[in-house]
Design a protein around this ligand. Sequence first.
Ligand code: PLP
Length: 458
Amino acid sequence: MKSRQIPYKIYLSEEEMPRYWYNVKAHMKIQHEPFLNPETGKPCTKADLQPVFCDECIDQELNTTDERIEIPEGIRSFYRTFRPSPVVRAYFLEEQLGTCAEIYYKFEGSNTSGSHKLNSAAAQAYYAKKQGLKSLTTETGAGQWGTALAMASAFYGLNLDVYMVKVSSEQKPYRKEVIRTYGANVIPSPSDTTAAGRKILEEFPGTGGSLGCAISEAVEKATTTPSCRYVLGSVLDHVLLHQTVIGLESKTALDKYGITPDVIIGCCGGGSNFGGLIAPYMGDRLQGKNDIEFIGVEPASCPSLTRGKYAYDFCDSAKTTPLAKMYTLGCGFMPSANHAGGLRYHGMSPIISRLYHDGYIKALSVEQSKVFDAAVSFAKCEGILPAPESAHAIRVAIDEALKCKQTGEKKKILFGLTGTGYFDLAAYKKYNDGEMSDYIPTDKDLAKGFATIPEIKA
Ligand SMILES: *Cc1c(COP(=O)(O)O)cnc(C)c1O
């Protein structure tokens, strides 16, 4: 029977907040292949990456041996403005589903940026400041990442230029205003402030822009401005490392009640929240200490893990970044205009890709209308209006709980609730008006994307 001794919310004290991030690579027997410099075809060295990224982040990116990496007090102090975050027992959802499963979720949406992205924005801005840099650049699509980095840059006193995909900056004027309120400069991309932007504008006047183009502009701006670096919100190993606070806090909270999940579920865009949530549990699994099922969930419209290829590819569509070995749909793949902006990425974290390739992770893809069905039933009983990205994890958590109802299994399900959906009301409007469409790329659509994967022997 359900034990009511487990509270609705398990809170940690500030003292219990993690002092170390957990580097899952230290326990991976097979590491992912190194990033390649596209000009030489050789593995990227620290010197290759230094013009673009902060030194400390590069060291973390290349670190495959240290299991624990200390979270400096300067970052922990900023974390205290929004952490620790609660693990919630979804009693109301369980009741509504009539399931015998126990459902838990880790809620990362209780900060102004509205998502987990602040965990890495805080760290990256801190290291930039420590290195004596003056400014940062980045790109943003949906806007969660731009907001998070604007908050962190304001906290640490850094200037920030956010290249925001032009259509998004027009469709989400309030998101843009939050970013500006935290003091960052929002530049609709493509812009005339960079050579990359000017070239695109010349070729495609009136274009609404793309994430790939915004990345190229942000990287160019960083490498041509003194004392400036570029910051990325997902995909890379050091971003996943920073996100392990999610998994570490979850484990500390659940351990207090002797709970080990049977299934852990997260949505996958670039893989950082899912990687961060599962990391400490995956570490135990790699050492043979548990048998947890890990499920990454992606949109059917952008199915990098479930239908992609495991290959070296560019991280951006303008083909300017290093090459990463990952599950990819091709850097030229254009996902349909689905409503989960944070999951519209052609590739996947090299760590998650490796673990998936080696059979430690399962992946599922789900259709948009079913995702919103889940989002709305969750909102009605648990109260939180989820981000469309997060609702992908909710969908699969509900499906797992319904399976338990059939089989009578009392599984413990943990999922990551990465953020809130207040800036996604245009998407909810579509759903409420009965106008939400599902889009699943055909094999022919995918072939077009695959054709943009570069030829590399490795
Ligand atoms: C960005 C984002 C995601 C996806 O990014 P990951 O790197 O895969 O974690 C998921 N949920 C929300 C709310 C986001 O903003």
